[in-house]
Design a protein around this ligand. Structure first.
Ligand SMILES: *Cc1c(COP(=O)(O)O)cnc(C)c1O
Length: 381
């Protein structure tokens, strides 16, 4: 199949002769109404009814007991690690195949990422690779915690990421983390609306984190959220993200160093309107994924589908080309032809600030990174 015919197929699918973006936001509901209400009320900033409304509805949507909104998904991850006592000098197991935010958040608290390989079918952390790494490199000590035998450092957390909204084998990851007493935090930034074995992603460990950046499935311009089933954690997250201020009618008292990570009411208003439309977006995107799947069937391009027991949100559709050269040719021709496509992120271990981090060889991550392309995935009108 020629790249030209793929370009015209995508043009036909989006019914457009103009530039086709990878993913655009879609504002088709109560966005303007809620924003106007917010402006009229003057409560645009750090308090207001839309933050509370969003937190309630987001918890309900994801099936978690508690949700806390915050300024973005990167800071959500940072807070998730902090409230789970991940400390300076600790190690955190994560993926090399992820957006930079995951590794940055680990670094903000002075911990070091260790990169575990992914599965070829989920593009997310491989339970097999995780167990192999721990068996070979780690040891549970008398204090009940797991330590890296090579570096001597405590392995305190594991942060897998549901890549492009495709659920990974998170139940198996959760079981391994439990066995080794490692806190599980899911980077679910890309997987709002994705489920594994009937549970929404982000619910399998201590905390799940989400992003509402402009390119995500729903957006508040910028924004993020944390979900948890643990009331104590939820309270502590709220406290830390609001400058650790103690409630009082008029006194300014703070009992520890907190963060100004609260989501403004103005953004929350937009987000409430977006959340109301999420199920419609998901249906629309699933239909598009089906169209792509059928189109690429019986070609030498592989469309990546959700695995058994998983329901993906198909945030960004993924195809795999035969090799790096074929990928680059595809990227060049499609982008020149006005159809936006993108490769995977450079693997974290190839970036200068993470080049010295321990990893397990990352065979699949490398294989995928050489072949992966994201194709246009916006909600179609
Ligand atoms: C988008 C994203 C984040 C968070 O991004 P923010 O822009 O800070 O909201 C974190 N991890 C992954 C994998 C992401 O894709």
């Amino acid at each position: 199949m020629s790249i030209e015919s793929i370009i015209s197929f995508i043009r036909h699918t989006f019914n457009s002769s103009g530039f086709i973006q990878l993913h655009t936001p879609h504002f088709g509901g109560n966005e303007k109404k809620y924003l106007e209400e917010t402006i009229d009320s003057t409560y645009v900033s750090s308090v207001g009814p839309f933050v509370d409304k969003f937190e309630k509805e987001f918890a309900k949507y994801t099936g978690a007991n508690y949700a806390v909104a915050c300024v973005n998904g990167t800071n959500a991850l940072q807070i998730a690690l902090l409230v789970n006592e991940v400390a300076y000098n600790d190690e955190v197991l994560s993926q090399a195949l992820t957006f930079i935010a995951t590794a940055n958040a680990i670094s903000y608290i002075g911990a070091t990422p260790v990169f575990i390989d992914v599965d070829k079918d989920t593009l997310g952390m491989s339970p097999k690779a995780l167990l192999a790494f721990l068996t070979e490199n780690a040891q549970k000590r008398g204090d009940g915690f797991t330590y890296n035998r090579v570096t001597g450092k405590k392995i305190s957390a594991c942060v897998p990421m549901h890549t492009f909204g495709l659920p990974l084998r998170i139940d198996e990851i959760a079981a391994i983390c439990k066995e080794w007493n490692i806190v599980l935090i899911e980077d679910a930034a890309e997987s709002l609306g994705s489920y594994y074995k009937g549970s929404h992603t982000g619910n399998f460990g201590a905390i799940g984190t989400f992003s509402f950046n402009g390119n995500k499935i729903i957006t508040s311009g910028g924004g993020g959220a944390l979900i948890t089933n643990d009331e104590k954690l939820a309270k502590r997250i709220k406290h830390l993200t609001t400058q650790a201020k103690l409630p009082h009618p008029w006194r300014f008292t703070h009992d520890e160093i907190g963060y100004n990570f609260r989501l403004p009411n103005l953004n929350a208003a937009l987000l409430c309107a977006q959340l109301e439309q999420l199920n419609g977006f998901l249906e629309n995107k699933r239909e598009l994924a089906k169209i792509y799947e059928n189109y690429f069937r019986n070609t030498d391009i592989q469309f990546i589908k959700e695995i058994e027991n998983a329901k993906a949100n198909y945030w960004l559709n993924v195809i795999l080309l035969n090799n790096e050269q074929a990928r680059d040719e595809f990227l060049n021709q499609t982008n020149e032809g006005g159809v936006m496509t993108r490769p995977a992120w450079d693997l974290m271990n190839t970036l200068p600030m993470f080049a010295n981090c321990q990893h397990d060889g990352l065979e699949n991550s490398q294989w995928i990174a050489e072949r992966l392309v994201n194709i246009p995935s916006s909600v179609r009108k």
